[in-house]
Design a protein around this ligand. Sequence first.
Ligand code: C5P
Length: 286
Amino acid sequence: TAMLEHPATEANLALLRSRGVQVLDSPSGALTGADVGRGRMAEPEDIAEAVFIALDRLGATKPTGDLEGFDVLVTAGGTREPLDPVRFLGNASSGKQGFAIARAAAQRGAKVTTIAAPSSEPFPKVGEVVQVTTALEMEAAVKRAAPRMDLVVMAAAVADYRPVKSEDTKIKRAGRETMQLELMANPDILAGLIANRRPGQVIVGFAAETGDRSASAVSYAASKARSKGADLTVGNAVTGGAVFGSDANAVVIFDSKGRRVAAAEGPKAQVADAILDAAKALLPGE
Ligand code: C5P
């Protein structure tokens, strides 16, 4: 503390700040001697988070503070449906776009809750983070949190089906050349949210689509926007899997009638801002 509060250190830190350098606060706690107080190194995960946010904001277009007073729920990552204690059915979602939305919403002043399915990416260190594994766990967490939310963004890739039975012990190969899995439908969390929404609540869904011979990914996303009826549907083409794990994304945003309201392409932080801009325009008071 004596070093940190020394006039020379304070003057040097002030000079760095005046040049635009972001200085992390030094936490309080046990120091190297018998003394206790400010002057510890920031925790590595707090340093990493500050770097992620600073990098995100490099691509961001929005000032902070315009979502102050709003509660925002973001789901992210890809659910896992267990087959046995060591295997699961999963998907290629990295969680990066959802985490970027959570960070951007927090930077813009919202009170953020993230419901995170498994992801190897660093979780946002903003607001509250609830970790879940399966679609059913995600549904329960969403149901608990949703009533107090102004905005819900369902960016998670939720498994449409889960194994009818998850074995207690590891399934043995036992010489079998083929194996059949029986699956049953998971609840559609987004549909449940839309059915039980409270007045004024804004709900955003995602539609990750691939194009085929009869229609493009974008037109499949537009028809999903109409059939699911979320206030906004963020369509992205995932043909070839290029989006998963990438730092960039390209999306078209549709309203509940399938009309195109915005499009964004670039770093996921920038796409996050575009999604939040479109959602904010629908929030009360806009
Ligand atoms: O129909 P599809 O799965 O493509 O819809 C995608 C949207 O629906 C995403 O917002 C996803 O989070 C949500 N979803 C859901 N529950 C499911 C499947 C998808 O909430 N079981």
